[in-house]
Design a protein around this ligand. Structure first.
Ligand code: 6GU
Length: 236
């Protein structure tokens, strides 16, 4: 999978060189590239923002640098042939980014992330590229970050680990939180007693059926307690 990230902070994404995703990058499973939006701002100060029409606080990202940066990526992708990329715009105004969306995006060959700062990107950038490629506005959750970078990083990790081969043991993708709409069960390892706390007996019983039943109950109990919305029986 190819992932291009356009940002005014390309150095942010150096963290992707480490850990599991770093290995996937080295092995060629994931080809992640961060591009500096300011390379496409041509005034002396490499300006990427301006004041909002209609007034109000903060600054808005100008459309021209975005147009040049995204055209460059689209042109290169077209020249290479293959399916066109999907544009992802991290935004607190987007639809909630959830595991099914991560799984859907992990099927694609090429993703482009547009990381906005300030009060966001001029709306015409989304409107224009929406005519040329699939565009998704995605939010990490109901809180506000200073820009799309941290959100893009989270999405790249959630999507990238679902690309076949990135996670060594695919079994570990099966019984985890959100995979089937429930939170995961609690896990234990040795020692059997730690600071007076014992591992539940059933896990040492050798009875696989009983273990599976206990884990399933734990998942339901945990989900009911902290995320009743996932069971559709919350009072919210
Ligand atoms: Cl995707 N972007 C920003 N700036 N803030 C957020 C977010 C995204 N998701 C939650 N808060």
């Amino acid at each position: 999978m190819r992932i291009d990230i356009v940002t005014i902070f390309p150095e942010f994404f150096r963290v992707l060189d480490v850990s599991l995703l770093g290995k996937a990058r080295t092995s060629g499973l994931l080809d992640v590239r961060a591009h500096d939006l300011r390379d496409h701002a041509h005034d002396r100060h490499r300006t990427v923002d301006d004041t909002p029409y209609g007034g109000g606080a903060g600054m808005v990202m100008k459309p021209e640098p975005w147009g040049e940066a995204l055209d460059g990526i689209l042109d290169e992708a077209a020249a290479a042939g293959g399916p066109g990329p999907t544009l992802i715009v991290p935004s607190p105004a987007g639809e909630p980014f959830r595991q099914p969306i991560a799984a859907e995006l992990a099927q694609l060959d090429h993703l482009v992330f547009a990381c906005g700062r300030y009060e966001g990107i001029d709306q015409r950038v989304v409107d224009h590229y929406d005519e040329r490629m699939p565009v998704r506005l995605l939010s990490l959750g109901d809180y506000v970050l200073n820009g799309g970078e941290v959100a893009a990083m989270a999405m790249v990790e959630a999507i990238g680990r679902l690309v076949p081969g990135v996670v060594g043991n695919p079994e570990s993708l099966v019984e985890e939180s959100h995979q089937d709409g429930l939170l995961e069960y609690p896990s234990y390892t040795k020692p059997q007693v730690w600071r007076g706390l014992e591992v539940p007996d059933v896990l040492r019983s050798g009875n696989h059926g009983a273990v599976a039943a206990w884990r399933h109950e734990q998942r339901i109990e945990r989900t009911r307690r902290v995320r009743p919305d996932l069971l559709g029986d919350d009072d919210a």
